[in-house]
Design a protein around this ligand. Sequence first.
Ligand code: AOF
Ligand code: ZN
Length: 358
Amino acid sequence: CLRVQCVGTGQNDDGFYMRRCVELARKAVGHTSPNPVVGCVIVKDGKVVGEGFHPKAGQPHAEVFALRNAGDLAENATAYVSLEPCNHFGRTPPCTEALIKAKVKKVVVGMVDQNPTVASRGVKRLRDASIEVVVGVEEELCKRLTEAFTHRMLTGKPFLTVRYSLSVNGNLLDQLGEGVIESGGYYSRLLQEYDALVVSSSLLSENISLPSSREPGANQPLHIIIQRSSTSSIPIPMINDEVTGKVIVFTDSMTGAAPEVAQKGIETVALDQINLDVILDYCYRQGLCSVLLDLRGPFVDFEELIKEGMEKKYFNKFVTEILPAWNGCAKEDSAMTLKSLGQGLEVTNLLSKSSHGS
Ligand code: AOF
Ligand code: ZN
């Protein structure tokens, strides 16, 4: 951006630099769980002298990369950070100390970190060191960026999104077509963002590959396959060929999944009833922040999960795709209509106004 090279024009630049932090943070969406994505910009005399973002849990935080990038120019500069700098020893040392040591003059923070071990202590530590701190610049944007992380921190559950398609006349589509993946960039983006994808084994028995594939080196999403005893067994070669991330099968068959599943080292959890509590707990324990319940395949496979999600208000967001004319891969399912999800839509719109990771 041209303006980054130029001298700033005063107070309103805070928003400008914070939006740049958000832009930097977004580079790591899908890579950082259980940590949040964070971006940092160091500005001196109206010029950006350092930039950084948190690439992955276990690696240095955004502030550290930005300070390294700025070198000596960090002295007397202003640091912009989309999340409150941490003041604790986690996998990495506290960012507050790094900022103090670099002698920055001012720190502009997008939002307070809801992690109970940080929660305003970072801001306090900086102020105690006589650094001027401003909190809440582009706060909504920063909150949206980390909503899955914050939700996990505050509730002990991953952020849960349901994705489905509707026909123009409001019926849920029973999608089995590969076409769905190509149907829009937005769906592909969801697949990059979420830490876990819940799909039906029916999808695989229709010979449709699991949605995944991120660039090499990225965190691959956990694939959770719902296998109902009423549905056919999973074609194992399909899983091996198409999926680089970890796969787990949740089945309601007490005999477990097909023997080939165990042979391939795919973890199987046999349950009386496949439910969200077990799925969400499992994901939480794996350190995941976000789960996408991807309603592709026959809705009978998802009906119980949707019911439980509605009753327990587990759904944080609904992503709806309106498909005007379907190409024959899908059929409208009369069992569930928009009406049955309507209530949830209202609840969710209140909880989460906008899209995760954007
Ligand atoms: C920051 N900057 O870029 C990030 C922060 O185990 P650690 O050391 O990685 O600490 C993880 C916690 O630090 C995480 O739960 C969150 O509260 C905060 N993340 N803080 O100052 C960053 N990623
Ligand atoms: Zn930190």
